[in-house]
Ligand binder design. Structure first.
Ligand SMILES: [Zn+2]
Ligand SMILES: [Zn+2]
Length: 251
């Protein structure tokens, strides 16, 4: 079963740019068998989940959540509790709650904005850390693998798609199919899966990123200010500044 366990929808994520059904159709077109909606601090409603599963069967749609804790995002699957729909969790309390309920948790896009993970993984190890996603850059991967080795964690590959063009670029292939969130949780916790990439899509994304990064450097070389470059390229100022310092956003 090919599954992308980290996707967003415009219905619940303000940063989501594609609707639930657009995301599902994209997943089907790209050959996935299932996705997990993990919107920020909000679950997909049960009646909607049932409706979508009936409409798109045999494709499977599961319920998860991406919980914001200080300086980190944590994917939680297998714990259907509305108390997770809050931005007040600390990583430590969330860890206890997930463990008490034998659920699954993974740290999303580590090292995205800082050079450390804001959690003591010795005491509070998650089940996995995301090594590949649309928001996990190649440059951060050595640090992520170092953490995985140090704390004996599993890696997961997801898209973190907020738009149809990213759905399934990275995914996990489960060794056997999951029928519900409980089975999915057990398979993920047991590491019964392989991380996969749709490499031709990833290569195309990286070509586009490289072209933008080159253009920014060329404009800078022509004496354009960061604000002027932002007007021309249309991406965030802090990102332009990082690129000019040599950071790459290739995934
Ligand atoms: Zn996130
Ligand atoms: Zn996300």
């Amino acid at each position: 079963m090919k599954i992308d366990i980290h996707v967003h929808s415009s219905e619940r994520s303000s940063c989501g740019r594609s609707s639930e059904e657009e995301i599902i159709r994209s997943a089907i077109v790209h050959g996935l068998d299932a996705i997990v909606f993990t919107d920020h601090n909000e679950f997909i409603p049960d009646d909607r989940l049932i409706e979508l599963n009936e409409k798109y069967r045999p494709f499977k749609i599961f319920k998860g959540i991406e919980v914001s804790v200080p300086k980190e995002h944590v994917l939680v699957i297998g714990l259907d509790d509305t108390s997770l729909e809050s931005e007040d969790w600390t990583y430590e309390d969330l860890h206890k709650f997930v463990r008490d309920n034998s659920a699954y948790m993974a740290i999303a896009h580590p090292f995205r904005y800082r050079d450390y993970i804001n959690a003591d993984l010795n005491i509070y190890p998650p089940d996995a850390i995301e090594t590949h996603s649309a928001n996990t850059t190649k440059d951060t991967r050595p640090s992520i693998y170092e953490m995985i080795q140090k704390h004996d964690l599993k890696e997961i590959c997801t898209s973190d798609a907020h738009h149809v063009d990213r759905v399934g670029i990275f995914y996990n292939e489960l060794n056997y199919p999951a029928r519900d969130e409980r089975e999915l949780t057990e398979i993920l916790k047991a590491g019964e899966y392989t991380c996969k990439a749709m490499q031709d899509r990833v290569d195309k994304i990286n070509e586009d990123i490289e072209a933008i990064e080159e253009r920014i450097n060329v404009l800078h070389g022509q004496g354009k200010s960061v604000n002027e470059i932002r007007e021309i390229i249309g991406i965030h100022k802090s990102r332009i500044e990082s690129i000019l310092e040599g950071v790459s956003y290739k995934i």
